[in-house]
Design a binder for this molecule. Structure first.
Ligand code: 4AD
Ligand code: MG
Length: 465
């Protein structure tokens, strides 16, 4: 019995052996005496060519094989006479696992736009582009674990269901088993969450950071890597309601150590992609954006700019004075819009920028306050074409200052007592950041829309598949 070989491996083998391949038909092209079938099994962007004799015996089978059909092919691996491939399979036996109705098959040549493919997201992994993107996604997840594992970071699993709003931005999806048609109410007429599943109001997490800090203040250096959820009504090419985030948190790191790690981390990931995913990246580069590889190499080989928010605002205001038009106004104290971030990165500096020391009022409660009383030790990494790819900070380690900030923002201390305990019992300087996995993938694949780098995107009014 011969075992199945993957297409990726078959393409590397020497000709002259009996092989078994299984996969989905990409194209079928009859010629005079033989038919050529391009077969793909997802192991590589490349197809293996199958050559089948066009005789009477094979005719019904050949008629039943169309694009999208699933087949098993037994045959001889031979040197290919045609150009484009070293070897091909001279088929001796083909088994049709599943035919594919050529009329109803959603992947037709006539519409291959990304917008259309999102409506058939259950089938789009079968296209070259999404095969490449999804293989890259998997490779990068592995690279992330390897990066931290090799540096002694502990992989910490933080909860998805939570009773606290880690970012304090009120963008949470509620989790409840209460009967929405008949909500139990307390004396004030509000929903009585003591009757809910967890006996309190709960939501899907927006970040694992708070629990990450608990881990870091015991294990030293940890990272999380999991799904996070934001009920922000942002219909942009860079926002998802469900996205994956990597959040390292490190005891004894100050803001500079934090920036150094973040810069090294992201460069290592891009280098990993260039070194290990060359075929898929080359495909995306050649097909959609022939500056992709150049951009990736540029990031690996450049030192990121480090700039205080206040300095960034000065540059942006100077640009406005010189006649540059932004949709949103810029002034000290306002949050930067993606057009501002991209101006700094793409037009002013021409490389990634780490922006630090943001006004405290536009950042979360847990960030370490600077001596000026106005800014916090925040750091956002801004990338070409993406804008913010990483957000992080040194954390407020001082109990009184942290409590003061929570009160100032009108947040409930009671819900956060467990978190505040880290500052009561052996508080330490510490820092961390969050990398949006899909934003990283946007950069690495050169795709334009975040919906196209996650298999099944969740966005406002869209939760199909
Ligand atoms: O800047 P954010 O909100 O920071 C945090 O959540 C911190 N707790 C991180 C930390 O310090 N541990 O989010 C971090 C990153 C952003 O820079 C962005 O890349 C990504 O997460 N992100 C999103 N990605 C896709 N869709 C969204 N709606 C996103 N919101 C944030
Ligand atoms: Mg942010």
């Amino acid at each position: 019995m011969i075992l199945r070989s993957k297409v990726k491996d078959l393409l590397e083998m020497e000709a002259g052996r009996e092989v078994l391949a299984k996969g989905w038909v990409r194209t079928k092209r009859p010629s005079k005496e033989v038919a050529f079938i391009a077969l793909n099994d997802g192991s590589t962007i490349k197809n293996i060519q199958i050559v089948l004799d066009r005789n009477e015996e094979n005719a019904p089978l050949l008629a039943a094989i169309s694009t999208g059909a699933c087949i098993a092919v037994r045959g001889q691996l031979v040197e290919s006479v045609g150009s484009g491939q070293k070897v091909e399979i001279k088929a001796s036996e083909i088994e049709l696992y599943g035919a594919c109705d050529p009329v109803r098959y959603p992947l037709q040549k006539k519409d291959t736009s990304f917008e259309y493919l999102r409506t058939v997201a259950h089938i789009r992994p079968r296209t070259n582009t999404f095969g490449a993107v999804l293989r890259l996604r998997s490779q990068m997840a592995f690279a992330i674990h390897e990066y931290f594992h090799s540096r002694g970071f502990v992989y910490l699993n933080t909860p998805l269901i939570t009773a606290s709003d880690a970012e304090g931005a009120g963008q949470m999806f509620q989790v409840t088993t209460l009967d929405l048609a008949n909500v139990p109410r307390n004396k004030k007429g509000q929903p009585d969450y003591s009757k809910d599943f967890f006996g309190r109001q709960t939501s899907l997490t927006v970040s694992g950071q708070l629990e990450g800090e608990l881990g870091a203040t015991a294990l030293g250096e940890i990272y999380t890597f999991g799904p996070t959820f934001r009920a922000e009504n942002s219909n942009t090419p860079r926002h998802l309601a469900e996205f994956w985030m990597i959040e390292p948190e490190m005891a004894f790191y100050d803001i500079k150590d934090n920036m150094d790690l973040a810069e090294d981390f992201i460069k290592s990931l891009v280098r990993y992609a260039l070194d290990n995913c060359r075929e898929d990246i080359t495909f995306l580069n050649d097909r959609y954006d022939n500056t992709l590889i150049e951009r990736l190499e540029g990031v690996v080989n450049t030192e990121f700019v480090r700039l205080a928010y206040g300095e960034g605002i000065k540059i942006l205001k100077a640009a406005v004075e010189a006649g540059h038009k932004f949709e949103y106004p810029v002034d000290w104290g306002t949050d930067l819009q993606s057009e501002h971030e991209r101006y700094l990165v793409e037009e002013h500096f021409g490389k990634p920028v780490i922006l630090t020391d943001y006004p405290k009022d536009i950042k979360a409660f847990y960030m370490k306050q600077n001596e000026d009383g106005k800014t916090v030790r925040a750091m956002d990494i801004l990338f070409p074409k993406i804008g913010e790819i990483i957000g992080g900070s040194e954390r407020e380690a001082d109990l009184a200052k942290l409590e003061g900030r929570i009160d100032e923002l009108g947040m409930s201390r009671r819900n956060l007592e467990w978190y505040i305990d880290t500052r009561r019992f052996g508080s330490c300087p510490h820092s961390g950041f969050g990398l949006g996995f899909e934003r990283l993938l946007l950069f690495i694949t050169g795709m334009q829309n975040i919906r196209d780098v996650i298999p099944f995107p969740r966005t406002p009014k869209n939760a199909e598949f």
